[in-house]
Design a protein around this ligand. Structure first.
Ligand code: PLP
Ligand code: ZN
Length: 446
């Protein structure tokens, strides 16, 4: 379908070269910097903000293929030149924003919300970007480009997502995982979806090096977030959150950061909305890191004047166990623009933050635990105040990390005091014993 909207790759460092989205290119040939997807804003501005909002609202979760997906419902702002028949979608986005009323009351923030991005097809927010990347590949293959497979390095969720979307389209997927460093569910997902799954005796950063080399030499397309197609899908989180609040902008958005594609994407989404007049102010962005994998936090402490990659240590927040984030420059630029904050959480803080919030009806993954711990700290310091509309981005479904929760409640996580542990009472099937146990339990606080 012909459209006046147009998007292309361009260097984030200011070089002027433009590259088609159907080109196999991940970094600037002039300076080596990452590329980003740019849009023809002039064409987009021909539609008024009110018309865009109405269009997106009409499509939201209801209308015909592929617009019922909340990513493709915003197709013109995401990836306008894909033919609808080449789109590979599982109806992603449109996830609930949970009003964390009880948790908010406990910490004194009335307007606290948790964006449940784990309620996507493969149980994490990675689907939002992967639908865009795999659709673009599907279109390139339909046009006869010699792509033999799509590959990624992953801390568990990217590989699950890539495997599923490739399986939907009948494209070969190859995933590189750090051996024994992803959850059981995360390992099962690419296996079940038929991806060639390679477990390497290294960490994520080591897998990343390997996949770059494999892709550069073998007609294999790289699906990591240095490929900025994924950022275009991820940025719809921002648009969708604003849409869910009837196009009002929240005050604070908190997101966990590992490879830092997502903090960049969320910023990009807000900037694009402002550019098009859909919103007229920006929220404060907070990026939350594990204290054991915190290169961005360290750079933040010196005002982003210095940055050094590091060797990430083992953390329960395994999806963000990254010491050399690919999107560091994008993330720093975004944080500067949004008066951003970087906060960190220890293992004890992230596990207890997740469990505390679980007590109010959520089921959190450890990365959301990092985010919640950062929230608690910023509230304590008075940076987030009671009236601030605050959205915590929950990045993965807690069910993917059942082992983390089980070990927490059994008190088996090393170095962590499980303050909210709740274990099954193992009792004989005898009425008096059971009744006694129930009454004792009812005397303690919820
Ligand atoms: C990928 C991922 C993140 C971090 O996103 P980045 O773009 O790598 O910073 C956080 N949480 C979960 C569950 C993830 O899968
Ligand atoms: Zn460049």
């Amino acid at each position: 379908m012909a459209t006046k909207y147009r998007a292309w790759f361009q260097c984030i460092g200011g070089c002027l070269g433009q590259y088609r989205l159907s080109e196999v290119i991940y970094s600037c040939p002039e300076c080596g910097n990452l590329l980003e997807v740019r849009h023809n804003l002039k064409a987009l501005r021909e539609r008024s903000p009110a018309e865009w909002k109405e269009l997106f609202d009409t499509r939201y979760k209801v209308s015909a293929w592929p617009y019922g997906s909340s990513v493709w419902g915003k197709k013109e702002l995401v990836c306008p030149n894909i033919d609808n028949e080449n789109v590979v979608s599982a109806y992603e986005g449109g996830s609930n924003i949970f009003w964390a009323r009880r948790l908010g009351e406990q910490i004194g923030v009335e307007d606290l919300w948790v964006k449940q991005c784990g309620n996507n097809h493969t149980g994490s927010f990675k689907d939002l970007g992967m639908t865009v990347l795999v659709s673009q590949v599907n279109q390139m293959m339909a046009e006869g480009k010699p792509i033999r497979a799509v590959a990624c390095a992953s801390t568990g969720d990217t590989s699950a997502s890539l495997a599923a979307y490739c399986a939907m389209a009948g494209i070969r997927a190859i995933v590189f995982l750090p051996r024994h460093k992803v959850s059981f569910a995360q390992l099962i997902q690419p296996l079940a979806n038929g991806a060639l799954t390679v477990a390497l005796d290294t960490d994520f950063d080591g897998c990343m090096k390997m996949v770059r080399e494999v892709c550069s030499k073998n007609d294999i397309y790289l699906a990591n977030s240095m490929n900025s197609l994924r950022i275009e899908g991820q940025k719809t989180i921002s648009i969708e959150m604003v849409q869910q609040f009837n196009w009002q902008v929240p005050d604070v958005v908190i997101v966990p950061g590992g490879n830092l594609g997502n903090i960049s994407a969320i910023g990009k989404g807000f900037l694009m909305m402002r550019n098009l007049g859909l919103i007229n102010r920006l929220p404060r962005l907070v990026c939350a890191q594990s204290e054991r994998a915190n290169p961005l936090y360290r750079s933040y402490l010196n005002g982003f004047r210095k940055y050094k990659p590091l060797r990430a240590k083992k953390t329960l927040a395994s999806a963000i166990q990254i010491g050399d984030p690919v999107s560091i420059n994008k993330a720093i630029a975004i944080l500067k623009e949004f008066n951003g904050i970087v906060e960190q959480a220890t293992e004890d803080e992230l596990a207890n933050a997740a469990a505390r919030a679980d007590r109010t009806g959520l089921l959190n993954c450890p990365h959301t635990g990092v985010t919640l711990a950062a929230l608690f700290k910023l509230v304590d310091r008075g940076i987030i105040q009671s009236q601030d509309r605050t959205i915590v981005i929950s990045t993965a479904n807690g069910l993917k990390f059942a082992n983390f929760q089980l070990r927490y409640h059994e008190g088996r996580l090393k170095g962590i005091s499980s303050r909210y542990a709740n274990c099954p009472l193992e009792l004989p099937a005898q009425y008096d014993t059971v009744r006694g146990a129930i009454l004792t339990s009812l005397e303690s606080k919820v």
